[in-house]
Design a protein around this ligand. Structure first.
Ligand code: FES
Length: 99
């Protein structure tokens, strides 16, 4: 089992390796979406960028093409941004949401 700690929510989830970060959060009734984006999002298709998170610690695979395309402007301000829907959890993580 791995742990994902969500800083802002002050919650830690225990998950199996290989789980999707967004899906793990939803399964635990923890929203990674800010405000109205809880309703208006692309449901994990990598199209809306509303599931942006910052990986504070832990190892994740390199950004995929979807992330590089959707986060290109935001990465100039914060190079640690990722799309939660594109992250496969393979390590213990500390995550900051609503960034
Ligand atoms: S849920 Fe829309 S980009 Fe991740």
């Amino acid at each position: 089992m791995l742990e994902i700690h969500f800083e802002k929510q002050k919650r830690t989830l225990k998950v199996e390796p290989g789980v999707n970060l967004r899906e793990a959060a939803i399964a635990a009734k923890l929203s990674i979406y800010p405000h109205i984006k809880k309703i208006l999002n692309c449901r994990g298709r990598g199209l809306c960028s509303s599931c942006r998170v910052e990986i504070v610690s832990g190892q994740v695979a390199d950004r995929n093409e979807i992330e590089n395309n959707n986060l290109s402007k935001a990465l100039k301000k914060n190079p640690n941004l990722r799309l939660g829907c594109q992250i496969t959890v393979e390590d213990n993580l500390v995550v900051r949401t609503h960034v």
